[in-house]
Design a protein around this ligand. Structure first.
Ligand SMILES: C[S@@+](CC[C@H](N)C(=O)[O-])C[C@H]1O[C@@H](n2cnc3c(N)ncnc32)[C@H](O)[C@@H]1O
Length: 301
């Protein structure tokens, strides 16, 4: 398989914006693993953070690119394809881009246009299993903690129902893309009210959840950790590939469920691929089975 593995520098740390804790969070055992499915790279190799850069799309965006470079401890580059993977920064967007020919297109969080934007405009979310699994119905708008925010698609669906949603994402690159998308959504009339329902934190959810005190317990904690896929056929969607390449596998999902079960006041919802084993081998109270996805619901309290 033509897969190259990238390892970001061991010092890729970030200060949590969780002022309550003010902790320094290390990413996946101090190492962010970037896995690239890259046809032009023939040899499986392990390379360092020198292989990812921040690139300003135009001269007006250089200061913004430098700010992001210093936040992520990554270099700002002048030549676009000087690195196989770049965060391309413009005045309006930040996107993750593979620079080699025939790479998948740019990945960015877009709640305004694209698929999410279209669906939010057309309120197509209400019948989805995720809504039912989270207990959202007429007159019921629970507070939700989405502890595995990723690119924010599920969190945005939940927020679009009117629920107050706290998103937590630990990977600093994914967090940056997500913050960028939320900011743009907040600036556009058709999505501003949805964005106003969202609060975001860039930190580890196990620590975040464990720090929740009883009066602040969310009614629902939603979990969608990376499921360890290995085949190319499972990497169909461009966004999913980019997410998987940057994040790798989530090895602490069982800890996340254990913490969530103690701090949700009503239920914990876990998204799994259809047919996958239960998280932490723990049988849920009930499940919603879809075509390719299952939502396991654990009632608590
Ligand atoms: C499959 S993705 C989630 C996709 C998301 N539901 C969406 O709709 O875009 C899993 C994400 O959870 C994040 N994650 C996993 N464990 C985490 C933890 N303990 N703390 C914070 N983020 C975590 C990963 O970094 C990854 O971005």
């Amino acid at each position: 398989m033509d897969i190259a593995y990238f390892i970001l520098n061991k010092c890729l740390i970030y200060l949590s914006d969780l002022t309550l804790l003010s902790i320094v969070v290390f990413l996946n055992s101090n190492v962010a693993i970037l896995r690239l499915c890259e046809k032009s790279l023939k040899v499986r190799e392990i390379i360092s953070a020198e292989h990812i850069g921040i690139f300003a799309a135009d001269p007006n965006s250089i200061a913004k690119a430098e700010g992001i470079g210093s936040r992520l401890s990554l270099p700002v580059i002048n030549v676009r394809d000087a690195k196989p993977l770049i965060l391309e920064v413009s005045n309006t967007h930040v996107s993750l881009v593979y620079t080699a020919p025939k790479s998948p297109g740019a990945t960015l969080v877009d709640f305004v246009g694209g698929k999410m934007g279209y669906r939010s405009k057309n309120s197509g979310f209400k019948d989805q299993d995720i809504i039912k699994a989270c207990g959202i119905k007429k007159g019921m708008r629970p507070t939700i903690l989405d502890a595995t925010a990723g690119l924010g698609r599920d969190g945005f669906i939940l927020a679009s129902t009117g629920c107050k949603v706290t998103l937590v994402e630990r990977n600093p690159i994914i967090a940056l893309l997500l913050e960028d998308g939320i900011k743009r959504a907040s600036e556009v009339t058709q999505t501003a009210d949805i964005a106003a329902n969202i609060t975001f934190h860039n930190c580890n959810s196990v620590k975040f959840i464990n720090a929740i005190i009883s009066m602040d317990m969310p009614e629902v904690i939603y979990l969608d950790p990376m499921y360890p896929h290995r085949t190319k056929s499972s990497l169909v969607k461009k966004e999913m590939r980019a997410l998987r390449d940057v994040v790798g596998d989530d090895f602490d999902s069982d800890d996340l469920l254990t913490a969530a079960l103690q701090k949700a006041s009503k239920r914990v919802v876990v998204k799994r691929p259809k047919g996958a084993e239960y998280l932490a081998d723990k049988k849920p109270s009930m499940s919603f089975d879809g075509k390719s996805t299952r939502f396991d619901v654990y009632f608590v309290g």
